[in-house]
Write a protein that binds this ligand. Structure first.
Ligand SMILES: [Zn+2]
Length: 165
């Protein structure tokens, strides 16, 4: 059960990573904006020229739920100096004037790396297990296993025969 959940989270993380990479490429041609309004917060996500901006506006009154997606073509397309600048565009400002209460700024690549961490770690572990002669699913030591099936979890072994010296 826990394993299934971890698999699901890993898959989700991988999909998010690929999604952010696609959004990154798109951001040089299209400025995407997603607005989510719920209760007393208004979250606005901008994806433009290699950078993601997250604005968090706070309302005094409760607002009806609203989800709006807008897109706008970028006129110039990618330019090398802008691309270079966007790579190091990290920031947080919690003391903005009335326009927004807080804004978080980060490049697309940083989000992609974050989402790639879990899938990479699990892939690395899987490959290590394979090299060690362990079951790639549960890590059980398959040295001397002749059946071709992991006795611990029932996973068909990738090591058909590995005899002890
Ligand atoms: Zn196993």
């Amino acid at each position: 059960m826990t394993r299934r959940l971890l698999d699901l989270v890993t898959l989700l993380s991988l999909l998010l990573c690929l999604g952010v990479l696609a959004l990154w490429a798109r951001s040089y041609w299209v400025h995407d904006q997603l607005q989510v309004c719920a209760v007393d917060h208004w979250l606005i996500l901008h994806s433009t020229s290699g950078v993601i901006f997250v604005f968090d506006n706070h309302f005094i009154d409760s607002q009806p739920f609203r989800l709006v997606w807008m897109r706008q073509p970028q006129l110039a397309g990618p330019a090398l100096p802008d691309v270079m600048r966007s790579m190091v565009r990290f920031g947080y400002d919690g003391s903005l004037p009335s326009s927004a209460d807080k804004v978080l700024t980060f490049p697309h690549w940083a989000a992609a790396v974050l989402f790639a961490l879990l899938p990479s770690a699990r892939l690395y572990r899987r490959l290590r297990r394979r090299e060690d002669g362990r079951c790639k699913k549960c890590g059980y030591d398959l040295t001397g296993n002749l059946s071709g099936v992991c006795p611990e979890c029932g996973n068909p072994s990738h090591l058909r025969v590995k005899l002890q010296p």
